[in-house]
Design a protein around this ligand. Sequence first.
Ligand code: ADP
Ligand code: MG
Length: 324
Amino acid sequence: MMDEFALIEKFFARRAGARDDVRLGIGDDAAVTRVEPGFDLVIATDTINEGTHFPPGTSAHALGHRCLAVNLSDLAAMGAEPLWCTLALSIPSGSADWVDAFASGFMALADAHEIALVGGDTVRGPTSINVTVHGRVPADTAIRRDGVRAGDGIYVTGRFGCAAAGLAMLSGAATAAEQERSELVNRFLYPAPRVREGRALVGIASAMIDVSDGLHVDLSRMLHASGVGAMLDVEALQLPVESVDRFGRARALGFALTGGDDYELCFAVPPDREPELDRVTSGWECGVARIGRAGRDREVRWLDHGRVRSIDEPGFRHFVTADL
Ligand code: ADP
Ligand code: MG
């Protein structure tokens, strides 16, 4: 066991990425960063708790990756460039092995996105991890969720339903050996935030949201905020082959529409920007698909082989109470 100062020094302060715009990093009462003129600061925070967001026993390395990934996904959804982050860590014991693995997962992703860890907090308690990220966009270019107009194409990156299928496998639908090999489990444990893709959409997308709670519910939030609806086609969604093979098309489609944790982007593009979108997205490894078009009618309708499909599961919610 190490005390928190030794843990912070050994696993966080020495490994925190360096940036010129960090004037004072870990070690003082607060961090000091330099803000460039001509940019807007974009700030997001997300907490992940054991039992709510990940099963007990999830590897510390995966948690280190995940707590930063979910935050980077929020910056991606604004079209922002990540700069700095803070980490508030509540853990039941000061196990050096656990913190070492956690910090390795965290720093690998931080380094990949050149985001500097500038501070945080380390306390004893139930496992709960909060990260706050700061990013920037050129002034007035952040991509909001309320900008969809009737006629805009509705697009998504990547594949949907991987993480929910992976979680189902972790929760008992597969043997340990199958879990080890599964790309679906890997996608649940190590979500890939679409930061480069999000930034490339500045000036092209009229609105954007990242999909954390489920495609239907998050897309509906973007459309609702914009005061429009959409006609969508489930056949335009790329379903993960492994999920279809293991669970069948109907369940794989259910995971895709209402399962959470995919951290893909969903965005709208006005018709006159669609040629530019094709140019920008042609080299994207994750792929991109147009799944429908926004319309004035506020309904959100999914077609499956030409028939309207009703979505009865709402997607992930923390609080469902009668008076809200
Ligand atoms: P204070 O008591 O002044 O709030 P702390 O003892 O909590 O300071 O933290 C000391 C320094 O270490 C601060 O710079 C703080 O931001 C940083 N720090 C603490 N925990 C972490 C962590 N998990 N990751 C990164 N920096 C941390
Ligand atoms: Mg202090």
